[in-house]
Design a protein around this ligand. Structure first.
Ligand SMILES: *Cc1c(COP(=O)(O)O)cnc(C)c1O
Length: 284
């Protein structure tokens, strides 16, 4: 169990990512207590960037480094730039379920040469500069192999196609289902482009006539895999003893949120099958 080390900040209703106002209030309170965190970590979920400017401004004001988890947002934009390049460190994932993949592994970016060199050192077994394999600190084998890097370079060329395919899925779903009472699709914030890596929506059971779980299970019966949106970290058993600020928004999104099949290779028939299944659950 992880205790007291982490403090979780609630999400924002429009971006579904970290609420910048809550972050600022929290940093202000923490600064008064003399207990500022070592870093702020933001996650750009489901292909949409968090609202980075106010988050970065708060971090700069309180001199807390910002780390961006951009694993789900490669191909997205924040004011015409890529999320992941604003913080002290950004990370990307090329795991098999991401918009482009090398089968496994990822990428760390920073404009601070010292950080990049330190990361490379730790990721390649922390060898001291000696000819006889000497270690003064513990390192790891986190290398992306050159073969996988080669695959990644090939994948980068199809990133834009993948973004278009994911956005197309979203548009087809939204056009067909967006008018059903109780269905609300994840909003796209006006500061940039979301990739719609996953198409997510929320279901209001009173208006729709079935709740998220009923819909998910019914889709399952029809051999369509849909999933709840990510479980908020403050509800994870491993973090049960950590502090959290707010939580009602992320809990509500988790209660009512559903991720639809979102692969880049879905056909028009696949999409139609999912749409008909959901439409069939709605009680008219
Ligand atoms: C996939 C993912 C990760 C993990 O990436 P790996 O390359 O599988 O370690 C981390 N954060 C987010 C938000 C992700 O979606």
């Amino acid at each position: 169990m992880i205790k007291q080390i982490l403090l979780f900040i609630d999400s924002d209703r429009t971006t579904w990512n970290m609420n910048p106002d809550l972050l600022r209030e929290t940093l202000e309170k923490r600064a008064k207590l003399g207990k500022l965190p070592k870093a702020v970590v933001i996650v750009h979920l489901y292909g949409q960037s968090a609202d980075i400017d106010p988050i970065l401004a708060a971090c700069l004001e309180y001199e807390v480094p910002l780390v961006e988890d951009a694993a789900e947002s490669l191909g997205a934009t924040y004011k015409d730039k890529s999320p992941g390049i604003f913080g002290k460190i950004g990370i990307f994932s090329f795991n098999g379920n991401k918009i482009i993949t090398t089968s496994g592994g990822g990428m760390l970016v920073s404009d601070d040469r010292n950080i990049v060199e330190k990361a490379r050192f730790l990721a390649t077994q922390a060898r001291d500069p000696a000819p006889h394999y000497q270690h003064s600190v513990v390192g790891y084998n986190y290398r992306l192999s050159n073969v996988l890097a080669g695959i990644g370079r090939g994948q980068l060329r199809v990133l834009e196609e993948r973004v278009n395919a994911r956005r197309h899925n979203f548009e087809v779903y939204q056009q067909a289902l967006g008018k059903l009472p109780g269905i609300e699709f994840m909003p796209e914030a006006d500061f940039g482009r979301a990739t719609r890596w996953l198409t997510c929506l929320t279901i209001d059971p009173a208006a729709f006539g079935a709740d998220r779980e009923q819909v998910r299970l019914e889709l399952g019966k029809q051999k369509i895999e849909a999933r709840p949106v990510w479980k908020p970290l403050h509800l994870q058993p491993v973090f049960a003893e950590c502090e959290s600020i707010g939580g009602a928004i992320s809990e509500d999104l988790f209660d009512r949120g559903l991720c639809l099949p979102s692969g880049s290779n879905l056909t028009a028939e696949d999409l139609e099958r999912v749409i008909n299944a959901i439409d069939g659950i709605y009680i008219r």
